[in-house]
Design a protein around this ligand. Sequence first.
Ligand SMILES: *[C@@H]1O[C@H](CO)[C@@H](O)[C@H](O)[C@H]1NC(C)=O
Ligand SMILES: *[C@@H]1O[C@H](CO)[C@@H](O)[C@H](O)[C@H]1NC(C)=O
Ligand SMILES: *[C@@H]1O[C@H](CO)[C@@H](O)[C@H](O)[C@H]1NC(C)=O
Ligand SMILES: *[C@@H]1O[C@H](CO)[C@@H](O)[C@H](O)[C@H]1NC(C)=O
Ligand SMILES: *[C@@H]1O[C@H](CO)[C@@H](O)[C@H](O)[C@H]1NC(C)=O
Ligand SMILES: *[C@@H]1O[C@H](CO)[C@@H](O)[C@H](O)[C@H]1NC(C)=O
Ligand SMILES: *[C@@H]1O[C@H](CO)[C@@H](O)[C@H](O)[C@H]1NC(C)=O
Length: 409
Amino acid sequence: MQLRPLLSLLLLLFFTTATTTTAHNVTRMLAAHPEFSSFNHYLTTTHLASEINSRTTITVLAIDNAAMSELLSKHLSIYSLKNILSLHVLLDYFGAKKLHQITNGTALAATMFQATGTAPGSSGFVNITDLKGGKVGFGAENNGGSLDALFVKSLEEKPYNISVIQISKVLTSDVAEAPTPGPSELNITGIMSAHGCKQFADALLANAEAAKTYEDSVQGGLTVFCPLDDAFKAFYPKYKNFTVANKTAFLEFLAVPVYQSLAMLKSNNGLMNTLATDGARKFDFTVQNEGEEVTLKTKINTVKITGTLIDEQPVAIYTTDKVLLPNELFKAAPTPAPAPAPEEAADSPKPAKKGHKGAPVPDSDADSPADAPEDDAADQTADDNAGVKVGGARFLAMGLSLCLGVLLL
Ligand SMILES: *[C@@H]1O[C@H](CO)[C@@H](O)[C@H](O)[C@H]1NC(C)=O
Ligand SMILES: *[C@@H]1O[C@H](CO)[C@@H](O)[C@H](O)[C@H]1NC(C)=O
Ligand SMILES: *[C@@H]1O[C@H](CO)[C@@H](O)[C@H](O)[C@H]1NC(C)=O
Ligand SMILES: *[C@@H]1O[C@H](CO)[C@@H](O)[C@H](O)[C@H]1NC(C)=O
Ligand SMILES: *[C@@H]1O[C@H](CO)[C@@H](O)[C@H](O)[C@H]1NC(C)=O
Ligand SMILES: *[C@@H]1O[C@H](CO)[C@@H](O)[C@H](O)[C@H]1NC(C)=O
Ligand SMILES: *[C@@H]1O[C@H](CO)[C@@H](O)[C@H](O)[C@H]1NC(C)=O
């Protein structure tokens, strides 16, 4: 357990320095070795491949098709399978040479299973030990000291970005194989409440229809973008004024009906439908990288992802610095409202204009202030909708670190 604070720090550094685009593609690297096609397939199915591609200084312990079929014969759920495979991704670089020259002949390596934050104690570590006769043994740390998986050969090495090596058999771990709580048993409002999104979770709990939509989506994949408490608190007076139907649409707008890891969000920029999308009522937003950060934008405002509360396929929950505002509820009305100061857009909801198809419509009042609670003109970007102010996230790095810190410690 003493390892955890140190590890958390290392992971923080790791996460904050992880690059968006790296030179390697593990799927392609393994494709050159057909005897690993099954392992390769499951790296893709579990979305671990994109996580691996988004990182450097990493080692993949690959197992061949025969060893994989033994693992698959256990008929584990995809979630348990992901845990086990993530135990085969070391967060350090071990080429063949380094493996045979480990200081003091033994080392513990943190794995991607550890990085999920779900591995208790030292169960996310792999013991690597130089054995007699030039052999190198591997074993999950909580596996009673057994080191019966042996280094076979090096498949691909790109020092010090990624090393893909073959080991003789699957690293067994009761913890990783344990049935993970089915996604339907996940208490997503509980997770949000405990990690800085209580206001949003409470709003969701108070709205039976939206809460049910979220619940029904969990099994098939769900990604939630919950505003941090300060942001949602500032927005709450406007939210409170919504009609029930608009509250529901708004809550459903902040989640998408597919699982998206952060790496996937970074590599799949573009328009995204939400739980609120219903035919002509688009309620969509655009995902876009801004450097190392992922932003979500509508014509009304732009918010940044500041942290990860959970990322376990099929559910991911991220925090955002501000409340993302849907075009459908905040688009200014054709006739100028009798504007009581900066609150006019939500005061008297007006018919949404269906102007968001194709090119943006330069509304007469397109320059009415966006309704984000934390507008920051300093960070204004050239938006596709002239004049709309885009708020800035002043504390992304801090938020991310805090958030990860909270989760890992
Ligand atoms: C990685 O390589 C595979 C196979 O060549 C390809 O299908 C996939 O799109 C690549 N991924 C990225 C992110 O380039
Ligand atoms: C190697 O062993 C020595 C003596 O036991 C110890 O002082 C040192 O910290 C060890 N090095 C590593 C990297 O574990
Ligand atoms: C790795 O496992 C071996 C065998 O159980 C043990 O002797 C060694 O101390 C372990 N290494 C570390 C760094 O814990
Ligand atoms: C390692 O990755 C960086 C980019 O992240 C790239 O510039 C470099 O060429 C890579 N090194 C190797 C050996 O592939
Ligand atoms: C989920 O968590 C919330 C807050 O911790 C709690 O009030 C609620 O009872 C939990 N729901 C379930 C179904 O466990
Ligand atoms: C909410 O509606 C009430 C009554 O119509 C109004 O007085 C108040 O200003 C509105 N608040 C906001 C934040 O729009
Ligand atoms: C929701 O808000 C829109 C736009 O502000 C408004 O036109 C519509 O009447 C509201 N819907 C309901 C059901 O109140």
